[in-house]
Design a protein around this ligand. Structure first.
Ligand SMILES: Cc1cc2nc3c(=O)[nH]c(=O)nc-3n(C[C@H](O)[C@H](O)[C@H](O)COP(=O)(O)O)c2cc1C
Length: 530
């Protein structure tokens, strides 16, 4: 049996990653306190509420890694990839401790839950950690996380402006003129949050992906007022329905994963029909933007890798950058065969909401921005290597897109193929390296190492050496460095003078790689025909 939500909180506490605050705290101060804290915070006494609040539990890369039982952040991707390849369907149980208290009808009162405000211009208190489960009569089950803004004691908004599967389900219910029942599980383990945050294709149940991440089925229990399951481990579950109002009600604003204040959205309303919770329920407030970022990032890695595998392109490394809010940008290094820079771009740009993708060769470190920029500088021609696809599916939270009532914007996808172009001689991409790097070590010289002096040749010796060099390069062209090394019993000046003699007597030439060879020989580079 793997860890549940409360056991995860205990583990954070034991490892010094969660601090308990027992004194009374005004709920209005929670967001800024969490923002300032290095650890997760557990507010035991929130003034005016009977329920404690925990927040910030996955606000750092380290805690996100811990949450999924991994040693490194990169391991999360492997875990997720395993889960996508081998989802484990959920297991249905009859009930769970979430049912200890159940409020229906007029007893439903969201004001009793300690739902904090998040950012300064938010439109209201926002439920941020609700894992939503819904069913479409034809398309099957779907899960995801969507925010709910509290409007009345049993009424919220939901943000589904993005063209995702939950929006599709709600749209289809609207066409049928019906509400869309949803369960909202709050206070669940990051396994479930990560699984539901994975944008699976239609028909794939994200709870099965969550099971794959867990390595065992997620337990689901039945709601009472709607025909849907909730996550049995949840602290609180809201049984609700998205009303067939269409995208007509103002919703938000909200401090988004973009690290920007989102604008006012137009969204449907949600009626809460029942609230169930544990007797001692803990309210989990997912703190924006970083808890969202660290949860979402690994899902991109797994999806990109899967898309490129399907496209038959070998990936070396991926960096879904923080500058791109872990949503929009990826740098991908590949072991390229001719033309695959473009194929990789086509595949990667189809993934989730990726907007800008740079593909580099496998000699470039995707985690080093200067290297990536260097690849763009030295390997890209804008007219040949920049791919722009207009009017693709986009994330409306991108503030550079048209916004407003009834607008579902489409956007541009841009790919930069920063791999070495085909048809350019490889030596144009030979990196600068220095001779003797293995033997001449600066620390030895700082410690006093002395080199042995080579012989200094007189004019006769220089001529004799020039003849020897000519014989050598007649057989095999050599770089200047190799000549200097081969005749290192002489000092460098003597070798340079000998080579100078060959220049002066017009016996010297260079092969196409720049090595010294005999003028007029089979090796000699030829100027292009006029
Ligand atoms: C913490 C968190 C909060 C999120 N909030 C929203 C939201 O308010 N609206 C939304 O459309 N997507 C939101 N998402 C993204 C969706 O949950 C995610 O894209 C999901 O895969 C969509 O699934 P679907 O296509 O099955 O509907 C959030 C994701 C996370 C991790």
């Amino acid at each position: 049996m793997q860890e549940n939500f409360r056991q995860f909180l205990d583990r954070l506490r034991q490892q010094g990653e969660l601090v308990d605050l027992y004194q009374p705290v005004d709920i209005r101060h929670i967001a800024t306190l969490v923002d300032q804290a290095k650890t997760a915070l557990f507010f035991h006494d929130v003034i005016g509420y009977d329920m404690p609040v925990v927040s910030g539990i996955i606000r750092t890369r380290e805690r996100a890694t811990m949450a999924l039982g991994c040693e490194t952040f990169g391991e999360i991707e492997q875990k997720l990839a395993g889960a996508i390849a081998k989802p484990i369907p959920p297991q249905y149980v009859k009930t769970s401790p979430t049912r200890e208290v159940t409020l229906v009808g007029d007893d439903v009162d969201l004001y009793k839950l300690p739902i904090p405000m998040s950012s300064i211009y938010d439109g209201g208190p926002m439920i941020t950690a609700g894992v939503v489960i819904a069913r479409d009569p034809e398309l099957g089950m779907n899960s995801g996380i969507y925010r709910f803004i509290v409007k009345e004691k049993a009424l919220t908004g939901i943000d589904i402006v993005t063209p995702n599967n939950m929006r599709l389900f709600a749209q289809r219910a609207l066409v049928r003129g019906e509400p869309l029942p949803i369960s909202i599980s709050i206070g669940t383990h990051p396994f479930e949050i990560t699984g539901s945050g994975y944008r699976a294709p239609l028909g794939v149940d994200e709870m099965a992906i969550a099971g794959g991440i867990r390595g065992e089925p997620v337990e689901l229990a039945p709601c009472t007022t709607i025909d849907l399951p909730y996550i049995a481990d949840a602290e609180i579950v809201l049984e609700a329905e998205i009303l067939p109002t269409g995208w007509t009600w103002p919703e938000g604003r909200f401090g988004e994963f973009t690290r920007l204040m989102g604008g006012l959205h137009w969204n449907p309303l949600v009626r809460i029909k029942a609230i169930s919770m544990r007797k001692d329920a803990i309210y989990y407030n997912l703190h924006m933007p970083w808890e969202n970022t660290w949860l979402a990032a690994p899902t991109r890695y797994a999806a990109i890798r899967a898309a490129l595998r399907n496209a038959g392109v070998q990936v070396k490394d991926i960096n879904v950058t923080l500058g791109g809010c872990a949503f929009w940008h990826a740098v991908i290094s590949i072991k390229k065969q001719p033309g695959e820079g473009k194929n990789a771009l086509l595949a990667a740009l189809s993934v989730m909401d990726l907007k800008h993708v740079v593909v580099v060769d496998d000699d470039i470190d995707v985690n080093d921005p200067a290297e990536v920029e260097w690849a763009i500088a030295t390997r890209v021609q804008g007219d040949r290597d920049v791919m722009i696809v207009t009017n693709a599916r986009a994330k409306p939270l991108d503030p550079s897109l048209p916004q407003g009532y009834g607008v579902v914007p489409t956007g541009a996808k841009v790919g930069i193929d920063a791999t070495m172009p085909e048809g350019i001689p490889r030596e144009y991409y030979e990196r600068i390296t220095y001779a003797y790097a293995q033997t001449a070590k600066i620390e030895d010289y700082v410690a006093g190492k002395r080199d042995a002096a080579g012989a200094t040749g007189d004019d006769a010796a220089v001529e004799e050496l020039a003849a020897k060099i000519l014989d050598t390069i007649a057989v095999q062209p050599l770089y200047y460095t190799d000549v200097a090394e081969k005749y290192s019993k002489y000092d460098f000046r003597t070798v340079a003078r000998a080579i100078g003699c060959l220049h002066a007597t017009e016996k010297l030439w260079q092969d196409p790689r720049g090595r010294l060879c005999v003028r007029g020989s089979q090796f000699a580079a030829k100027p292009p025909a006029k």
